[in-house]
Design a protein around this ligand. Structure first.
Ligand SMILES: Cc1cc2nc3c(=O)[nH]c(=O)nc-3n(C[C@H](O)[C@H](O)[C@H](O)COP(=O)(O)OP(=O)(O)OC[C@H]3O[C@@H](n4cnc5c(N)ncnc54)[C@H](O)[C@@H]3O)c2cc1C
Length: 661
């Protein structure tokens, strides 16, 4: 590989843009089902729509083969309640998790995950992903079912979370898309939705996008569209240099912003979480006991072991107990489901008073993950199966540490040395969060039992839906939404696109080619937006700070944002991303203004409304853009189980699910 230094030494100048630049070109296509985002949800959606016999196009900003948060792999397949060994029904599981989330969770999404997650995993197995211990490497382990070869995680009794060899998940999904004849348009960034009459709140009839290498404009007319562009990022924090990023940094919420601009209704936009940003270490690459490393023994500088405790704080006597429910606990819900940590079905954890123990000198830094204290199967399940298949750990952690000589049978892996408070949670690699550095919570579009948004023609799957779960949730909801969108497309009428809407979008997208005033770069703009979000929409909010933040974002749009210049299609993409980030910043602040109460369940602090989760605010703040501002309504948390819906998840599913093919 050549470094920039070497390149400049050899050539004396920067390279030219390597692709033909086609800002003047327009590519127009049409299809039955259009999938926005070729990530986990998008791939499953496209596969299932295609299997239902309709034409499908996928628009993907990166390269579908490796893109998105699930692009680098998966080690945990969660909530597979219908697998042959499961001890929990989808109905019971969904009721419990929704309750653990204080009701602020999307019931249909959660149930579809529990009900179809296992089916989606079987689909992946057929495509070539290994989901069982076929070679018997874990024969005799407590987490292995000998009949099926399935390997379980977290709760070895409930057996709903699986350990899988998912490092090649995206290449296998990509191959299946090609096999089925799905049209994949990689390197096309969706920037806006096409709507009937070009108006807000009308039927969605396709999307528009920018080719990120050629700069050509892409228009896809569709009978049905599925939003699957994942979780937004870079809203509060932006660093291209120093941050070992966990989430895919290309995810800037352009699809979410497009749905907002089109008038779709959203929930939970006011929820956000502290993020460790540049303080984070390489994910799962230092000693820790979280998620992928769940169950690891942690010892201090003197070899004293940090106790593991159950949900009631009782110390555990054995390693085996780390994977079994507490007395009176029906089952444990694993990490990664984005369920608050205060819930009753908490997994076993390290003693939560670890920071105090460090302060008192009982536990002496530095800490180490000591896998030698685990039974051999558990040791190799962590440093082998899990670290070898989890996203972004196979190469940087497993292969690099192994090459450097790390041997889990013999060696300990050191944890970072930090402020004692940073050890309050077992994912030590995340460092200590700064309150005003934040990340997107579980906000997203509101859906019904068809996984349709509030806009006709627009379906959603995965992280785009509020309350979204994890990889299996994205797969299962994509699977379901693909079938529903195909069924709708079969009967939907064709609608002519509005040429003025296209002209408006092109003017917006290409504006950075003709910047106003003294040009600035997109990075400055992204950093400026983040600063506004940190200062005016950080941990502690008031109506005054939020109003000021909205004003500053508006002013930024009208001043610096117009000065952003793009020298090539790649920079143009980033400039347009900043527009998406500003849009979402505004949507978030509007939602924060609308919720006039604090909420522990939403990690939401309004200094001017200190009452925490009062009864009248135990609702979803359902918010959407209109032609003259925003409209807010209070939606009952369980809107999906109230009349005219049936009272149980199972009945609603039976009424709505399309048969899988
Ligand atoms: C490192 C890592 C490890 C993880 N490990 C696990 C695990 O073991 N188990 C688990 O359950 N969960 C895991 N997760 C979470 C899981 O990966 C996500 O829940 C899942 O990927 C969500 O799927 P999605 O399709 O909604 O989003 P993604 O998979 O992120 O896909 C979104 C897609 O949309 C594309 N896109 C975005 N914007 C645009 C645009 N404007 N135009 C076109 N395309 C666009 C993106 O490029 C991407 O391909 C992990 C996440 C990370 C980051």
């Amino acid at each position: 590989m050549t470094t920039w230094y070497e390149y400049l030494q050899q050539h004396g100048t920067l390279p030219e843009w390597p692709y033909p630049v086609q800002y003047d070109q327009e590519h127009v296509l049409s299809t039955d089902v259009l999938v926005l985002g070729g990530g986990i949800a998008g791939c499953h959606a496209a596969i299932n729509a295609r299997r239902a016999g309709v034409d499908v196009i996928v628009l993907e900003k990166e390269a579908t083969k490796w893109s998105g948060n699930g692009g680098a792999g998966v080690d945990h397949w969660l909530s597979a309640c219908t697998n042959p060994c499961s001890q929990v029904t989808p109905e019971d599981f969904t009721r419990q998790v929704v309750q653990d989330c204080g009701g602020y969770d999307c019931g249909p999404l959660r149930y579809i995950n529990a009900r179809e997650g296992w089916d989606a995993l079987l689909d992946c197995e057929q495509m070539g992903v290994q989901i069982r211990d076929v070679r018997g490497e874990f024969a005799g382990a407590a987490f292995r079912d000998d009949e099926t070869g399935l390997l379980f995680a977290y709760d070895y009794h409930a057996r709903i979370d699986l350990r899988v060899y998912g490092h090649n998940m995206k290449p296998m999904l990509h191959r299946q898309l090609k096999r089925l004849g799905v049209t994949i348009l990689d390197r096309v960034m969706v920037t806006g939705l096409l709507t009937e009459g070009g108006a807000i709140g009308t039927r969605v009839i396709g999307a528009m996008g920018l080719h990120t290498r050629t700069g050509a404009f892409v228009i896809v007319k569709a009978k049905a569209t599925i939003l699957a562009t994942g979780l937004p990022g870079r809203i509060w924090l932006f660093s291209t240099e120093y941050r070992p990023t966990f989430r895919d940094p290309n995810l800037t919420g352009d699809g979410t912003a497009a749905a907002w601009n089109a008038g779709a209704q959203f929930a939970k936009l006011e929820e956000s979480y502290p993020d460790t940003g540049t303080l984070a270490y390489l994910a799962y690459g230092v000693g820790n006991a979280h998620n992928t490393w769940h169950g690891a023994s942690i010892v201090d500088a003197n070899g004293t072991e940090v106790p593991w405790v159950d949900r009631d704080g009782r110390p555990l006597q054995s390693v085996e107990e780390r994977f079994l429910p507490s007395p009176g606990q029906p089952y444990m819900v694993g990490h990664g489901l984005r369920v608050p940590t205060t819930y009753a079905n908490h997994v076993k954890q390290l003693a939560p008073d670890l920071p105090d123990r460090i302060r008192r000198g009982e536990i002496v830094l530095p800490l180490y993950a000591d896998l030698t204290r685990l039974p051999a199967h558990e040791r190799r399940a962590i440093f082998g199966l899990m670290v070898g298949n989890e996203g972004r750990t196979r190469v940087p952690v497993y292969e690099t540490l192994t090459r450097a000589g790390f041997d889990p049978d013999r060696d300990r892996l050191q944890a970072p040395v930090m402020h004692p408070e940073a050890y309050a949670h077992a994912n030590f690699w995340a460092g200590m969060a700064v309150p005003h550095w934040r990340q997107w919570g579980t906000g997203g579009v509101i859906v019904d039992w068809d996984l349709r948004t509030t806009l006709e023609g627009l379906y959603a799957a995965g992280g785009a839906i509020y309350g979204a779960g994890a990889h299996s949730s994205a797969a299962a909801s994509g699977r379901y939404a693909g079938r529903k969108a195909a069924a709708y497309a079969r009967t939907a009428r064709e609608v002519t696109v509005d040429s003025q809407q296209i002209a408006r979008e092109k003017a917006r997208v290409y504006a950075p080619l003709q910047p106003e005033g003294r040009p600035i770069g997109w990075k400055e703009l992204n950093a400026g937006i983040c600063r506004i979000m940190q200062d005016f929409c950080g941990q502690y909010k008031t109506a005054t700070t939020l109003q000021m933040g909205l004003r500053l974002l508006r002013e930024l749009r009208e001043s610096e944002a117009r000065a952003v210049a793009a020298a090539n299609p790649h920079e143009l993409m980033h400039a347009v991303e900043c527009q998406s980030i500003m849009t979402l910043g505004e949507a978030i602040m509007q939602a924060c203004l609308a919720r006039q109460a604090s909420s522990a369940l939403l990690n939401f602090v309004r200094l001017d409304y200190p009452a925490v989760d009062p009864e009248e605010w135990r609702v979803l703040v359902a918010i959407r853009r209109t032609s003259d501002g925003v409209a807010v309504e209070k939606l009952p948390l369980d809107y999906y189980l109230r009349p005219p819906h049936a009272p149980t998840y199972e009945e609603n599913y039976a009424l709505h699910a399309e048969p899988a093919r």
